[in-house]
Ligand binder design. Sequence first.
Ligand code: HEC
Ligand code: HEC
Length: 215
Amino acid sequence: MLRKARWVLIVAAPLALAIASCSGNQSAGPVAGSELYDTCVPCHGVDGGGDPAIKAPPIAGLPEWYVTDQLTHFKSAMRGGHPDDPEGHKMRPMARTLKTEAEGTAVAKYVAGLEPVDVAGTVDGGNATAGAERYNGVCVACHGPDAKGNPDLKAPPLVGQADWYMVSQLHKFRDGWRGAHPDDVWGSQMRAMSMTLEDEQAIKDVVAHIRSMPR
Ligand code: HEC
Ligand code: HEC
């Protein structure tokens, strides 16, 4: 799709190509975010609702700053670089298809503009009441009372996020698959917080509480 569109441009506008090649080794003009998103569709879906079967999370409506940061982290292996992280290994090469910072920003803007998708709960056994106590004692400081996140602290919104995905990320933080890189200043703060969740029940409880919040 992307290639085809570029060929059309090249065939239809040899002048534009000539100008582009004069200004350095660039392709013919910036690629639109919607077009870049074609690469993401097989896993995250046309609507950005994700696919639990391949552990690709819903991303529609995540803030632009957060998507941009995470794409950069995947690209540099700050995230998804741990040898035991199969989902990270799927996502990393995808982030690397974005050749320039401008492409990362363009696709992040597109993702942020997608209408958030309500996904079904899949994790049983969480106690939302116990989770609320925990959330309000620890998580609230960065993710906020409504779990809408805080850009100043680089804490993403959690409200509406898939339960299976949040459980998996809390494990990844705790196990040092995410947030353990020496340059990952913000991730390392989250890693410290994940360690307050002492067992599987604690993780399920806090996730059940987050899932009970209205978007
Ligand atoms: C081959 C499947 C696949 C493709 C294609 C793919 N992703 Fe992903 N993506 C994943 C998986 C799996 C994860 C979860 C990684 C993890 O568990 O840490 C992920 C995670 C993410 C996250 C992190 C979400 C969060 O809440 O932190 C973002 C952002 C993201 N992908 C954006 C994209 C974009 C943009 C594209 C297209 C350029 C893309 N992905 C293409 C599989 C894919
Ligand atoms: C000190 C601030 C801080 C506190 C407190 C905190 N977090 Fe986070 N959290 C973050 C940051 C920053 C990130 C993004 C890290 C990154 O960039 O990889 C994050 C990411 C996450 C993610 C991954 C979201 C995604 O889309 O991938 C989950 C889930 C999460 N936090 C849950 C929690 C829970 C549950 C608690 C309470 C036990 C908590 N956080 C407490 C700062 C915090």
